[in-house]
Design a protein around this ligand. Sequence first.
Ligand SMILES: [Fe+2]
Length: 141
Amino acid sequence: MKKLILAGIFVAGAAIGLALAVSGPAAQQAEPYTMTSFGPWNAAVAKTHVPMVKFEKTNMGFKVTVQVDNHPMDPQKPHWIEWIRIDDAKGNRLAEKAFKPTDPSPAVAEFELPAIYDSLKVLEHCNIHGTWLNEAAVGLK
Ligand SMILES: [Fe+2]
């Protein structure tokens, strides 16, 4: 009887763990969060997750520098930026950089792109807070 109860507790615990893993905020995310639409999070979380974008003209086109300010790269918790990605306005992937939790903070990625884009979807993904978007108009200096 004792074994049966323990087995029941184990099964119930596994079911709860699975339910939590599947239903976490990031798992339910249908669209990337933004500065004004941040799902279960708040404006303070949005400020540390929406990627900052800078454009610089180059001989080949332009350089995009993406930085996620004031966000940890913490292998202990763990809590870190898993990747930074650039999509075109239609959502086609143009470039991506993956990070390890041991990489330095802030997470920064630089990409060189041809000067054929008016706007880009700049995304980053945090292992806890999900995917965040900055739709950036390409402004060249
Ligand atoms: Fe985060």
